[in-house]
Ligand binder design. Structure first.
Ligand SMILES: Cc1cc2nc3c(=O)[nH]c(=O)nc-3n(C[C@H](O)[C@H](O)[C@H](O)COP(=O)(O)O)c2cc1C
Length: 405
């Protein structure tokens, strides 16, 4: 049923966790589960309304609803109920994060709803992917649901308004965030995820990313070089070390220079990289002294799904996200953590559904965690449930396991 605790009903949703002394106690698990009780109203709405609509249309409706709620002042009230507990605060990338849990890139590509989204309890919102030039993305339909798997397949193709327009919006958002901070209210961090404009040839990719970095680094709490979307032809070739090194070096230099401060820079990678390639990216990140890695983007694999073969084929090409991604996402996280210096930040994303999923990623060495697909299936109160679930856990359940052997 939509809105149910998927981790509990779907073993694929919770990837294998290592049994360690830092596992949550039964009482903490019970408290966390209680805080994650499904939201019957959204379950009903999802079943009766959203699931019968084109998913992209439903998405725009939700964004419009959030913006309307904001303009009516409702998010201010909402924030009182959703604000993350103070004990969830973290210090990562030289900044203070109100919660380790944030919204992954792709939901708010154009920074049109950052503050109403933050009012739901997200500690950070990663906007984008933004490209240097505005582009309309692929033909519709380009966002599809696999209901049985609580999964999504998307081939959006970086539809966005372009770096210049998004910069204008982020200037305004930044201004309002400063006001929220002065008023002692919940203020999110804003990550900016950049990608390559489709019509720009791969050999000119660096200059294209630089255009976006120039516009957007000054308004970013952190910047992400996205080289892992399956929906821009050739993009994932930029994950090859020979292509990635000059790209990351150039973007890092440019970002710091235009912003006149150090802008934390992370690279977002695909779950489909072979293990040796994950290691190679980790070594490059360590060698460059890059701030971190976001793992993972969506997958082109269709393994492990419960949906019928016809349903999967009918959905067509694109990146798959949701619980089916969890096991590989955890594997990549553990591999990165093994190989990267302690101080390098890892943001884990892929298949996170419950507070226990978030806690598991933190124990496996993630500094921050993000989600997207479960937000669609669980609704706006999902974030509050995650934060409450985390707050109900003992602090040691949310701490990185010390390395052994
Ligand atoms: C509809 C949709 C659009 C997405 N767009 C982007 C994007 O523009 N840039 C990006 O880096 N990731 C994008 N993603 C990937 C998510 O940020 C995330 O990495 C992925 O969905 C796995 O997390 P999840 O299983 O919690 O959804 C998108 C995902 C979805 C479902």
């Amino acid at each position: 049923m939509p809105g149910e605790n998927i981790a509990a009903e779907n073993p694929a949703a919770s990837a294998p966790s290592a049994a360690t002394p830092s596992e949550p106690t039964r009482a903490a698990r019970r408290a966390a589960t209680a805080a994650e009780a499904p939201d019957p109203l959204y379950s009903f709405l999802f079943r009766r309304v959203f699931s019968r609509m084109d998913p992209e249309h439903a998405h725009h409706l939700v964004v419009r609803g959030l913006r309307l709620a904001e303009s009516l002042g409702a998010t201010r009230l909402l924030e009182k109920a959703t604000r993350p507990a103070p004990e969830l605060e973290r210090h990562v990338l030289g900044r203070r994060w109100p919660s380790p849990f944030g919204l992954a890139a792709g939901f708010d590509k154009g920074a049109v709803a950052v503050l109403p989204l933050a009012a739901l309890g997200f500690g950070h919102v990663e906007i984008g992917t933004v490209t240097a030039q505005a582009q309309s993305g692929n033909a519709r339909p380009r966002l599809l649901r696999l209901l049985q798997d609580r999964a999504l397949i998307n081939r959006m193709g970086f539809n966005n308004d372009g770096a210049e327009v998004v910069r204008g919006r982020l200037d305004e958002v930044r201004h309002r965030i400063e006001n929220l901070k002065s008023a002692g209210r919940h203020a999110p961090l804003v990550g900016v995820n950049i990608g390559k404009t489709k019509v720009v040839p791969l050999e000119d990719a660096v200059e294209d990313y630089l255009l976006s970095a120039r516009r957007l680094a000054p308004v970013a709490d952190y910047l992400v070089v996205n080289v892992s979307s399956p929906n821009t032809p050739g993009l994932r070739q930029l994950q090859d070390i020979e292509a990635l090194r000059p790209l990351l070096e150039a973007v890092g230099r440019e970002a710091d220079s235009v912003a006149r401060r150090h802008v934390p820079l992370l690279v977002k990678i695909a779950p489909d990289l072979a293990d040796e390639d994950v290691d190679a990216v980790a070594d490059l990140v360590a060698d460059l002294g890059l701030d971190g890695v976001i793992a993972t983007n969506t997958t082109i694999s269709r393994e492990g799904l419960r949906s019928s073969r016809q349903a999967v084929e009918k959905a067509g090409a694109g990146g798959l996200s949701g619980p089916v991604l969890a096991a590989r996402s955890v594997e990549v996280l553990r591999r990165l953590r093994e190989r990267l210096p302690e101080e390098t930040t890892v943001i884990s994303v892929g298949g996170v559904v419950s507070a226990e999923d978030v806690a598991q990623r933190l124990r496996h060495g993630a500094d921050l965690v993000q989600g997207y697909s479960a937000f669609i299936y669980q609704g706006p109160l999902w974030v509050r449930r995650i934060n409450r679930g985390l707050a109900a856990m003992a602090p040691e359940c949310l701490r990185r396991e010390t390395r052994r052997g």
